[in-house]
Design a protein around this ligand. Sequence first.
Ligand code: ADP
Ligand code: GLC
Length: 492
Amino acid sequence: MAEQPKILIAASEAAPFVKTGGLGDVVGALPRYLERAGAEVRVVLPRYASIDREALGLRRLPGELTVPMGIMGEQRAIVYEGTMPETQIPIYFIDHAPYFGRTGIYEEDGEGYPDNDLRFTFFSRGALELCRMIEFRPDVVHVHDWQTAVIPVLLNTVCRHDPWVGQAASVLTLHNMQHQGWAFKGLMDVLGIGWGHFNPLELEMHDQVNLLKGGLYHATQLNTVSEGYAREIQTPAYGFGLEGVVHDCAWKLRGILNGVDYEEWNPEIDPHLAANYSADDLSGKALCKSDLQRTFRLPERDDVPLIGLVSRLVKQKGVDVLAEAIHRILTLDLQFVLVGNGEPWSHFYFGDIAAAYPEKFAAFIGYDNTRAHQVEAGADFFLMPSRFEPCGLNQMYSLRYGTPPIVRATGGLDDSVVNFAPRSRTGTGFKLTDLSADALFDTIGWATHTWYNDKEGLAALIQNGMAQRFTWERSAQRYLNLFREAMRLRSI
Ligand code: ADP
Ligand code: GLC
């Protein structure tokens, strides 16, 4: 067997240490499955204030990390080491209080930190400098989204002849094209790679620095988290201005659907639920539904369908369209439970809806993992009307929980859900194509109608969904193939 590659994963989140969304889930799970497939993996994260060194038993590495920051001079960091849960995988935390000793990860009170470009430039350079400190010579550095997208640029420029990382290939995974790491062009002097790289092919865009653009150009290989999204981001509707660049890079771009961590998301063993259940015996699911209704103070009715939604409440997720359609949706005989937080308007808006329809609509505004599990299990349908969705995890969870998803046919939602066909009783969920209040109302109406009038069709739909498996084993194997391809390209 070919020698197994050495992989350094640098990212801004990884569950269970820090998570604001699916990126955290992915970086939390992928290393474990890469290790099981035989790769040697190490992970590096910033040491945010919320990462408790003592509770996690992190060990301080001797010495300090010196991070060159161009005209800002050298800055220093302390490095802590721990292990990824249930693995031998070392995880390193780069600690520099002025950048990471803050309440938030990327923002506070809805406002992004104005120095995010510096924070993640520091982290990215620090992640490469770390290799010398821990004497690790990676074959591939795997980076995620704009926060670490400058790493491929550094590897091709100032680090090209570094004895530890100079030979490393880079793979950039795109989880979201909306956030690109825009910065004042003066950042070029901090990167220290020379103004020659401030050009429209590499880092320059509208006379500013765009870190994601630099990563697209310089990464040895690229991937997104579904094949559908890999196609979509080559078009103006989804590329957020970088569609042309992505299109030019299509030769090195792949789509790899995320896996599901079925050790955490499995109704047969889920400790957060009022009752466990399986595809063979769904009686526990009915108990989960009444428990959910009780928790959310909705009438405990088993004769009404319940729609669940767990999401960041932002435009990406189509919650503005839901807001537009909700009064009409609530004319139907159904119940609705919403768990989420995000844009401030949505907190007030859905809070008001809950007050206006206490028998039908309940909301928890906030982030709560237990409630997320309870909604997956207790709801009859799971709603994701996303404007764009690179992969999406909740629709895959909801399939496993026997809760057919109602999704907009985009990105990973389109790839992982098959539309219900009542005659043949095939499919796993309900899809809308247009993102409009009318289409949303119609599709929810269709699901509700099925719930009331086609019990056999519904049972088939639930069984079809519960039989689906989106395993990390399969996705990790695809990543390994991608890493090998990157190594091959780098060695040419
Ligand atoms: P995204 O990363 O775009 O937010 P994903 O579907 O990939 O979307 O992942 C979202 C993850 O975050 C899921 O694990 C989901 O359960 C979780 N999540 C989102 N909002 C909340 C919330 N308010 N409470 C608990 N979990 C949440
Ligand atoms: C992003 C995307 C989401 C995806 C997640 C993990 O947050 O919005 O669709 O599932 O990354 O890849």
